[in-house]
Write a new protein. Structure first.
Length: 158
C-alpha cells in the first residue's frame, strides 16, 4: 500500500469549493482524465499520457455540531482499467487566508504484487504524485473559473 498527499491553493473562497467540485465531477459524468506527465519519469518531455477513470465520490458535508473540524471532504475512489493502481482517499477543502487549500490524500495499491511495489519505489510514486498534482491543478482552475463567474454575476447585478 502506498500513500499519497498533495496540496494546492486556489483563489476562491472555501464556501464555494465543495459544491463547485461536485458540479465539475457531475458535468464530466464522473469520468476524469488523469494526466501522467512523462517528465515525472525523468524524461525530458512535455508529453503526457491521459487515462480516463470513472470516479465514485461521496461528499462529507461539515456537521455544524462538530466542533474543531475546519474542512469539508469529498471521498473519492477509482479503479482504472488495465495495469494501473486503484485509489481511495479524499479531497479536503480548507480555508487559507482568503483562499482555498485543496488537499488530495489517500492510498493506492500498485498492481503486480512485489514487482509493482518495486516499480512504485523506483518510479511509480513520482508518477502518482505528478498525476495527483495535475488533478489538483485541474480542480484549482475549475474553482477559480467558478468563482470568477460568481464574482462577475454579483458585480453586474443591479
Amino acid at each position: 500500500m502506498a500513500y499519497l498527499r498533495e496540496l494546492i491553493e486556489a483563489e476562491s473562497p472555501p464556501s464555494l469549493a465543495l459544491a463547485a467540485i461536485e458540479r465539475y465531477l457531475e458535468s464530466k459524468g464522473n469520468v476524469l482524465s488523469l494526466i501522467v506527465p512523462l517528465n515525472a519519469l525523468g524524461l525530458p518531455s512535455s508529453l503526457e499520457l491521459k487515462k480516463p477513470v470513472c470516479v465514485n465520490f461521496v461528499p462529507a458535508r461539515r456537521n455544524k455540531l462538530m466542533l474543531g473540524r475546519r474542512d469539508e471532504r469529498l471521498h473519492l475512489r477509482w479503479k482504472p482499467d488495465g495495469p494501473y493502481p486503484a485509489f481511495e482517499g479524499y479531497v479536503a477543502i480548507r480555508p487559507s487566508s482568503g483562499k482555498t487549500q485543496i488537499e488530495l490524500r489517500g492510498s493506492y495499491e500498485p498492481p503486480f504484487g512485489a514487482l509493482g511495489e518495486a516499480f512504485d519505489s523506483a518510479v511509480g510514486y513520482r508518477i502518482a504524485h505528478a498525476t495527483a498534482h495535475a488533478l489538483l491543478n485541474e480542480l484549482k482552475e475549475e474553482l477559480e473559473r467558478d468563482f470568477a463567474a460568481v464574482k462577475a454575476t454579483i458585480e453586474t447585478a443591479p
